[in-house]
Design a protein around this ligand. Structure first.
Ligand SMILES: [Ca+2]
Ligand SMILES: [Ca+2]
Ligand SMILES: [Ca+2]
Length: 423
């Protein structure tokens, strides 16, 4: 009798096991219901968004997980977005599932019981990226060119990109705009110029021509500090000492003010510079020496190079107008006395510089060649001197700038001035 009972028991266990293994997804076994279904409130969503997941006809009072099966392995893999659920007395649940930082694509959402069993229907969800605009840089000053990139839009979508100067969310013809079209991947890249608006936040819009919803991004219009110089009309001469100001330089700024001789927007070795450090506003004006080796007639930038990361500051421009010399006449007979009018000469030339008539054209002053004497330079860099043309044959000569003998090195030169001697 005992034997029979045990045999029957084993058979029952065997039969039950058979049923369980073979029909677990098809038949009602215990409390598992073959009509367990998952559904969602939407079939499309976005990364870092929530969707609502509904469960129906699951095992009652069961704890489980709803997850997005990213690798489609039909089971939960670490890292896949999930939410924990508890089924009610009727085997249902409602839960929010956060998509997280998920790649765009189509995935199955599945259910996994805390006992490790996957059952019930799966539901498909498509993850889409939201259309977005990005602007580089995200702050600039009036007149600057900015890059605007659009991504995750519909492919081949035409539209207008515009800077909403008057902040009414609509494009007006005077607002900077450009017609753009997305490529086959829903991407575009374009440029806009910051209009002449006050400092502050503005929106840049991409408005599709088909009338669908526009996408926008913020942009900040800023005003950089700017450098100015003390001299009239920004005209300077080589070697001049000028005053430099920087308006609205932030406190605790450190860097160099320099004259960008080669105009490469960098402070290079050999470029005149002065170190500054501002503890407090307002920033004190500083004395700055215009280098002596600049080209006459050319315009240069005086810039600021920050020692503490990138800081944009509008440069000042200076035009080199001197030094210059004007002759009372450019041709004369021997023994005529001519006048040399100088302007914008650096003061220190007084101590060692003069002009001479290079009679023998050897590029040097010889003691028998007439000179002006040392240049008596006045305030503002001007002088008036005379030179007597020597008794030389008619022809072309050069009046040259010379340096008093014994002066070891002077970094000031003046181009030779042509002169014609008549009979
Ligand atoms: Ca507008
Ligand atoms: Ca430079
Ligand atoms: Ca000579």
């Amino acid at each position: 009798m005992m034997k029979t009972c045990r045999a029957f028991g084993l058979t029952l266990i065997f039969l039950l096991g058979f049923l369980f293994l073979d029909f677990q997804d098809k038949v009602v076994f215990g409390a598992i219901n073959n009509s367990a279904t998952l559904s969602t409130d939407s079939f499309i969503t976005y990364p870092n968004a929530s969707i609502t997941v509904y469960g129906k006809n699951f095992t009652r009072y069961e704890k489980g997980y709803v997850y997005i099966d990213l690798n489609n392995s039909n089971t939960y893999t670490k890292g896949e977005p999930y939410t924990q659920v508890s089924t009610s007395s009727s085997g249902s649940f409602t839960s929010l599932l956060f998509t997280g930082n998920i790649k765009a694509g189509t995935y199955w959402i599945r259910y996994l019981s805390s006992g490790g069993r996957t059952y019930g229907t799966s539901v498909k969800i498509t993850i889409k990226y939201l259309p977005e605009l990005k602007v580089y840089p995200d702050n600039e000053q009036v007149g600057a060119k900015i890059s605007v990139l659009g991504d995750y839009f519909l492919p081949n979508q035409k539209g207008r990109l515009f800077f909403d100067s008057n902040q009414n969310k609509t494009w007006e013809s005077e607002e900077p705009s450009v017609e753009v079209s997305t490529n086959q991947f829903g991407y575009f890249s374009s440029q806009l110029t910051v209009p002449n608006v006050k400092e502050g936040f503005y929106s840049i819009y991409f408005q599709p021509v088909n009338g669908s919803k526009s996408t926008s991004t913020y942009f900040k219009v800023v005003k950089y500090p700017s450098i100015s110089v003390s001299v009239l009309n920004r005209k300077v001469f080589a070697g001049q000492s000028i005053t430099v100001y920087i308006d609205s330089l932030p406190e605790f700024s450190e860097g160099y003010i320099y004259l960008d001789t080669n105009n490469n927007e960098r402070l290079d070795g050999g470029e005149s510079n002065i170190h500054i450090f501002t503890q407090k506003k307002p920033f004190n004006p500083i004395a700055f020496n215009i280098p002596k080796n600049l080209e006459k007639g050319k315009t240069y930038f005086i810039r600021f190079e920050s020692s503490r990361g990138v800081m944009k500051i509008n440069p000042a421009t200076v035009e080199v107008i001197g030094p210059t010399v004007t002759l009372s006449t450019t041709s004369a007979a021997p023994k005529t006395t001519i006048t040399l009018n100088g302007s914008y000469f650096p003061w220190y030339v007084s101590t060692n510089g003069f002009f001479y008539f290079d009679s023998n054209a050897n590029g040097r002053w010889d003691s028998n060649e007439p000179t002006t004497g040392l240049l008596p330079i006045r305030d503002g860099g001007s002088f008036v001197v005379s030179l007597t043309i020597p008794n030389v044959k008619k022809g072309s000569y050069l009046i040259r700038y010379g340096i008093k003998s014994g002066v070891p090195y002077v970094d000031f030169t003046y181009d030779p001035i042509p002169f014609e001697v008549k009979e």
